[in-house]
Design a protein around this ligand. Structure first.
Ligand code: ADE
Ligand code: ZN
Length: 344
């Protein structure tokens, strides 16, 4: 590929319609909004100002990030706070040409601080209603359980969420992966599936490839969040390709949390090459140096993909989404037209 064709492929990728399937709403809390909410709610953040907070974003592991991420979430107190957080993300996502987002939220982070489940969910839904109206973006919520907590705690959270089921597109599993295998949450996920909802799980981010297999076989996970350590098991990669299990890969996150030293070492290119259904996502964009298009820029700088590869990545994002078949087909048609219009 020439430099000109790489640049053209990047321009197409930045402007293509796409879905984001792996973003934590609490991870979109920018330092400026964190301090604005802290002032509004009379909460003292353990940092002097926005610059001091941003300077603390120097992580050496998933856990070092999670400690700060949970501490910052303390500024989120009211329905209006959750609405403002959602609206800010949707504005940013729409600017990156995201047309659909499936957004994780961590209710236990909030209910453990005495914030009612209804305040969290209604606030996020208010933000979605306003964002859909303002930016024409579509968004759904995925309730994530915190895997560092006991399964019984998660089951109680699920019971609390049941009145809001109509507003929940699926269930997920996140937080500290090492030592908290999917196998610990089998009863919980059985219950989620019995409620008729798709389930997903973070697996193979810091944890071993065996956790991906557990997420598939024991939890019934329909997508694997991250999954970048799948490459350590060739039979697993073959299975992911054969069964077309989507991987929601988050490149800048993996660099910032030291899963890989450099983007050039990232396994996403090899997984794509093998035929896996790789999607690109931002995870916690306020903490990891960028939103979805920043991830695309960083990946393009390392791998120089052609336009066809970016087309495939965006098609994967729609194919892996939990929308109905007609909506999916309409988005894929829009995407195909985007690339067709760029043919010489
Ligand atoms: N919660 C927010 N971001 C996460 C990540 N990258 N892995 C696990 N849990 C998370
Ligand atoms: Zn994540």
């Amino acid at each position: 590929m020439t430099a000109a064709s790489t640049d053209k492929a990047l321009a197409l990728a930045l402007s293509m319609p796409k879905a984001e399937l792996h973003v934590h709403i609490e991870g979109t809390l920018e330092p400026a909004l964190a301090f604005a909410l802290a002032r509004r709610n009379g909460v003292q953040l353990p940092y002097a100002d926005e610059a001091a907070l941003a300077a603390a974003y120097d992580f050496d592991s998933l856990q070092s990030f999670l400690d700060l991420y949970y501490a910052c979430a303390d500024v989120l107190r009211t329905r209006e706070d959750f609405c403002d957080l959602m609206l800010a993300y949707l504005a940013r996502a729409a600017a990156d040409h995201i047309v659909h987002a499936e957004i994780f939220f961590d209710p236990q982070t909030h209910t453990a601080r005495g914030i009612p489940m209804g305040v969290v969910i209604h606030g996020l839904l208010d933000g979605i209603a306003r964002g859909e109206a303002a930016f024409g973006i579509s968004a759904r919520l995925i309730l994530c359980f915190l895997r560092h907590l006991p399964e019984d705690d998660c089951l109680a959270t699920l019971a609390e969420a049941e009145p809001y089921l109509a507003h929940i597109a699926g269930f997920g599993l996140d937080s500290s992966e090492q030592g908290n295998p999917p196998a610990r949450f089998q009863r919980l996920f059985e219950r989620c599936r019995a409620l008729g909802k798709p389930v997903v799980a973070h697996a193979g981010e810091e944890g071993p490839a065996a956790y991906i297999i557990e997420a598939l076989d024991l939890l019934g996970s329909r997508r694997i969040d991250h999954g970048v350590r799948a490459v350590e098991d060739a039979a697993l990669v073959a299975r992911l390709v054969r069964e077309r299990v989507p991987l929601t890969v988050c490149p800048l996150s993996n660099i910032r949390l030291c899963v890989f030293d450099q983007m050039g070492q990232h396994t996403l290119a090899g997984l794509l090459q093998a035929g896996a259904c790789v999607t690109l996502n931002s995870d916690d964009p306020a903490y990891f140096g960028g939103y979805l298009n920043d991830n695309i820029r960083a990946v393009q700088a390392a791998f120089g993909f052609d336009a066809a590869t970016w087309h495939t990545i965006a098609r994967n994002s729609f194919e892996a989404s939990f929308v109905d078949a007609a909506t999916r087909a309409a988005w894929i048609a829009r995407l195909d037209a985007h690339f067709a219009a760029a043919q010489p």
